[in-house]
Design a protein around this ligand. Structure first.
Ligand SMILES: Nc1ncnc2c1ncn2[C@@H]1O[C@H](COP(=O)(O)OP(=O)(O)OP(=O)(O)O)[C@@H](O)[C@H]1O
Ligand SMILES: [Mg+2]
Length: 206
């Protein structure tokens, strides 16, 4: 039985991830192929509870290592309970943020470095995305698209933090050129959609 495609979307807050996920989902539905859409941190009842702990604006004292382990714990449950079973069942999976977010935000943003990849290798095992779209947009522009009162604990971090995260993403793009596709997210929704769907079609033809 053919395994489904595992596609993840990455990038700064407000860079258009959710907008393009809707387009990708629509694309698979029109083809009559099963697809599930999910997000991180979250995607299962246990993972959503962990998400609440991570993103709570009152948890200002959270240690970066605690933060990293909570993201990884949430991800392990998500992979085991939702992502792996769906892929094995032949469904495509589109996930809003995944392992690259941890490497960018905790590895580069918090400065924890390589330990983030090592911790996450346990959470993910062989469940690595087939294709990752990196929505490349200046973090300041992304932030300006989101309402201040709706910002979570990570979104509230200062501009320097978000710059380091973006540099982390750019490093990842260089490190994994076969998997990560950088997308100029400063363009119109329609142009971005066309580029993303072309890449997916190319992968489906293989
Ligand atoms: N290409 C685009 N050009 C201009 N505005 C856009 C574009 N794509 C999305 N937007 C708008 O920017 C805002 C943020 O988009 P979206 O919610 O898709 O981003 P996101 O990356 O999912 O954000 P978050 O990190 O908050 O989940 C929305 O109001 C959306 O309508
Ligand atoms: Mg979103």
């Amino acid at each position: 039985m053919r395994r489904g495609l595992f596609i993840t979307i990455e990038g700064p807050d407000g860079s258009g991830k959710s907008t393009q996920i809707q387009e990708i989902t629509e694309f698979f539905r029109k083809r009559g192929e099963p697809v599930i859409v999910t997000r991180e941190p979250g995607g299962t009842p246990i993972s959503e509870k962990i998400r609440e702990i991570i993103l709570d604006r009152n948890h200002r004292e959270m240690d970066p290592v605690t933060e990293t382990l909570l993201y990884a714990a949430s991800r392990a449950q998500h992979v085991a309970e939702v992502i792996r079973p769906a892929l094995e069942d032949g469904s495509h999976v589109v996930c809003d943020r995944f392992i690259d977010s941890s490497i960018a935000y905790q590895g580069y943003g918090r400065g924890l470095g390589d330990c983030v990849s090592i911790i996450n290798a346990y959470a993910v095992r062989d469940c690595v995305p087939d294709l990752t779209f990196l929505m490349k947009l200046d973090p300041g522009i992304g932030k300006s698209r989101i309402k201040k009162e709706e910002q979570d604990r990570i979104e509230m971090e200062n501009a320097e933090f978000h710059e380091r995260v973006f540099q982390g993403y750019e490093e990842l793009e260089l490190q994994f050129p076969d998997r990560i596709v950088g997308i100029d997210a400063g363009r119109e929704v329609e142009a971005i959609r066309e580029e993303i769907l072309q890449r997916i079609e190319r992968l489906l033809q293989r």
